[in-house]
Design a protein around this ligand. Structure first.
Ligand code: HEM
Length: 426
């Protein structure tokens, strides 16, 4: 057997399928220093949750180091600010801990919970139906490009009142937010990136101004008009409104796209699952279990970083101050101490809502309800519309890409499908 020290997240093969590495780590060295990427990896469920809840020791407050930015960044920022670009630091939204973070979460939690998201179900359903209608009469489709990709961006544009016919520009802006230009970027690339952001911000600004004058029942109105019942809690500033709205686009689109793609992958590959969900007497309940199991099994966001604020002991290991620590949600979700037979996809497993695919503690995903709603609607549309669904290429030809910090994504998902003669209405 390969020694544990020969594994590292520097290796693209490990990145692409981290599960064998996670498994070795959980049993042999659950809090492990990966020399290759100079990062501590926390892999047991219990330790992942403990670290996520201990923000005093494991802080989420990180600044983007100048070393990873384009050498032209200062020049570009200065010039683009003159043209109207608002410079946003991750700590202007939720990448910080303590009272400032708590205040922001409290102010916007209503927008992202219960009634607002529930009220979006019909709109989300309509978007899913329209996208599915384009391929249901064919025998093949790419469920990433034709289905999982367009749904979340359309949903968030709808929720934030952004122009649905400018989705491409909005996507480009979101991509520019997620993918930093990087130290190797040319001046032109750095400007292009900033122009994409500026365009996105202009759309958001327009929507904010409209809702400020005339509030509606939508997400953006709730963010703009968020007020606390507690005395002395100031409303969100203009910068915070912009930072929170744009982070919802950047943080909620690719993640949910992957969640939808993985749900369709499960339907196409787990024997009997599609028929069971289609014929279920309690479809809504079973769908909720299905969505949870998709999130646990596939963990669209496999791991996220923290930084230690002091020397800290976790799982018996001493981690020095200022260390980069990865909380491996995907590994916690496959920990047999928490989920029996964890590598099996099973919507009947007990406690499946205990997964950490949305994180844990104060940084628990703000958009979790919305993401669940989207994955549910997208899956239901397919479940109720097709007789059969299977992969159109061998499993090992599905490109699964992964990055160290954030995303696992299927870049394509070609399927063969057969439409049902009479579709059940949802
Ligand atoms: C399947 C889809 C999604 C997954 C798997 C996911 C996953 C996560 C995870 C793991 C975290 C925890 C971050 C941490 O502890 O460092 C998080 C936080 C967050 N998510 Fe999501 N997310 C999804 C969809 C969304 C959507 C749709 C939105 C917004 C519309 C969103 C907005 C956020 C925000 C703003 C935070 C930061 C919260 C904070 O730090 O207080 N996410 N998400």
């Amino acid at each position: 057997m390969q020694p544990l020290s020969s594994y590292t997240f520097r290796d693209p093969k490990v990145l692409q399928n981290p599960y064998p590495y996670y498994e070795r780590l959980r049993t042999e060295d659950p809090v492990h220093f990966d020399e290759g990427v100079q990062t501590w990896l926390v892999t047991r469920y219990e330790d992942v949750v403990a670290a996520a809840r201990n923000t005093e020791a494991f802080s989420d407050e990180m600044r983007v180091s100048k070393a990873v930015l384009s050498p032209y960044q200062d020049e570009v920022d200065e010039q683009m600010q003159r043209e109207g670009l608002v410079l946003i630091d991750p700590s202007d939204s939720f990448k910080l801990d303590g009272e400032l973070h708590a205040r922001r979460r409290k102010l916007v939690s209503q927008a992202f919970t219960g009634p607002t998201v529930a009220a979006m179900e019909q709109r989300i359903e309509a978007i899913c139906r329209e996208k599915a209608a384009a391929f249901l009469d064919r025998s093949q489709a790419d469920m990433v490009r034709e289905y999982a990709m367009p749904i979340p961006i359309l949903v968030i544009c709808d929720a934030l009142g952004l122009p649905m016919d400018r989705v491409d520009e909005i996507s480009r802006g979101a991509d520019s937010m997620v993918a930093k230009v990087g130290a190797g970027a040319t001046r032109e690339q750095a400007y292009q990136h900033a122009r994409n952001l500026l365009q996105l911000q202009r759309f958001v600004q327009q929507a904010v101004e409209e809702r400020r004058r005339k509030p509606g029942p939508d997400l953006i109105s709730q963010i703009v008009h968020a007020r606390s019942d507690e005395p002395g809690v100031p409303p969100l500033t203009d910068l915070e409104v912009m930072a929170i709205s744009t982070v919802a686009i950047a943080g909620g689109v690719d993640t949910t796209r992957n969640g939808i793609a993985f749900a369709i992958h499960a339907l196409a590959t787990q024997p009997g699952l599609l028929a069971r969900l289609r014929d279920s007497e309690q479809q809504d309940k079973d769908l909720a279990r299905f969505v949870n199991e998709v999130l646990r099994f596939y963990s669209p966001v496999p791991q996220l970083p923290r930084i230690t604020t002091a020397e800290t002991v976790l799982g018996g290991k001493t981690i020095p101050k200022g260390a980069f620590v990865m909380l491996c949600w995907a590994s916690g979700n496959r920990d047999p101490q928490r989920f029996a037979d964890p590598d099996t996809f099973d919507i009947d497993r007990p406690s499946l809502n205990l997964h950490v695919a949305f994180g844990n503690g104060i940084h628990y995903c703000l958009g979790a309800l919305l993401a669940r709603q989207e994955i549910k609607c997208a899956a239901r549309e397919i479940i109720n519309s097709v007789e059969s669904l299977e992969l159109a290429v061998p499993e090992d030809q599905l490109d699964l890409t992964s990055s160290m910090i954030i995303l696992r994504s299927l870049t394509r998902l070609p399927v063969r499908l057969r439409r049902r003669a009479s579709a059940r209405s949802s």
